[in-house]
Write a protein that binds this ligand. Structure first.
Ligand code: NAP
Length: 313
């Protein structure tokens, strides 16, 4: 007897990639469920303004996230607000286990779990998290109105968030470990022209210090001569990149040395029917538009995969 598999496709993660996959899967008439443990949009909700989503010159991250989920809802995408705790590949079907112990059988899985902010790993960072140490300017910037903050990093995130914080804080120091930013030119120019921002080149943080009220200073170290000094600050915002959320990636799936999943041009991993997209996948540009493109590719490839499975080939 042929086994009946309740789901054609399970998408894990509700960021731009996951929702795009959901929209394409619905249009391809796949029996799909998207499972998301938080709010729709993922990291997008931590982004102040998005200026590179084609067709929209400027939109807030949270508004774009809302639009993605509304668009998917208009196509009838089922969204489950739960945490996935396991993905078990199988020959007949794959199994997705939820935090309540429920298991779901599916032909295909799209892993769209994104990434999480990297930490500095210095004294005070964990201890004062939420008391002056933050990884999200949009979430916590308000608490630093007319105060001084230190932003760590030299990539797009660090510079974008510095500009956001400069609208609120009295002084923003950007501490970067080299003498040149990694971020795109437009952001670099804006940061260098912003009067409230001071760039500390060749500088890393050695320690974050606090009193009973929260963070009150950092010890900086010059990467050229090793000299240390103390800088008074009310907050520290860390934007030094992301780590892939790869805990659900099944054993045996190919990943690179940094933990990003290696997938082919269809976004399929080395396990047939298991796809990886967005910031979880090894690729050159990690952008909203490339996550969305991955979502499209994976959903179309999953549709083809499911069709072949049902046809028994
Ligand atoms: P990123 O591009 O990896 O940049 C991380 C920055 O942190 C780099 O400047 C790096 O220094 C620095 N860094 C890393 N580890 C450090 C440490 N332990 N101590 C001090 N500094 C450290 O990360 P991101 O800015 O989060 O961006 C991630 C991806 O998202 C990128 O592909 C980016 O283009 C994309 N993104 C795009 C936009 C946009 O287009 N508007 C916005 C946000 C993010 P080095 O330069 O010396 O390596």
């Amino acid at each position: 007897m042929t086994e009946t598999i309740p789901h054609d496709l399970i998408i894990i993660g509700g960021g731009p990639g996951g929702y795009t996959a959901g929209i394409y899967a619905q249009r391809a008439a796949l029996k799909t469920v998207l499972i998301e443990k938080g709010i729709p949009g993922g990291q997008l909700n931590n982004t102040d303004e998005v200026e590179n989503w084609p067709g929209t010159e400027k939109i807030s991250g949270s508004e774009l996230a809302m639009k993605f989920s509304q668009h998917a809802a208009a196509y009838g995408l089922e969204v489950m607000n739960r945490e996935v705790v396991g993905v078990e590949p199988g020959l007949g079907h794959h199994t997705v286990t939820l935090d309540n112990g429920e298991t779901l059988a599916t032909h295909a899985v799209i892993l769209a779990t994104g990434g999480s902010p990297k930490k500095l790993g210095i004294p005070g960072e964990d201890q004062y998290y939420g008391r002056g140490v933050s990884y999200c300017a949009v979430c916590d910037g308000f608490f630093f109105r007319d105060k001084t903050v230190v932003v760590v990093g030299g990539g797009d995130s660090a510079l974008e968030e510095s500009l956001y914080l400069a609208k609120l804080a009295r002084r923003v120091y950007v501490a970067h470990r080299r003498d040149a930013f990694r971020a795109g030119m437009i952001l670099q120019k804006r940061v260098l022209h912003e009067k409230r921002i001071t760039v500390l080149w060749n500088t890393v943080l050695a320690e974050i210090q606090a009193d009973a009220q929260g963070v009150n200073g950092v010890i900086t170290r010059n990467t050229q001569d090793g000299a240390t000094s103390t800088l008074a600050t009310d907050g520290v915002f860390v934007f030094i990149g992301f780590e892939p959320n790869n805990s659900l990636v099944p054993a045996g799936t190919r990943m690179n040395a940094n933990g990003y999943v290696i997938a082919d041009d269809k976004c399929e991993t080395n396990t047939p029917g298991i796809f990886a997209i967005g910031d979880l996948k090894e690729k050159y540009a990690k952008q909203i538009v490339t996550a969305a493109a991955d979502g499209c590719t994976a959903a179309l490839a999953a549709a083809h995969y499911v069709e072949s499975k049902k046809a028994g080939s």
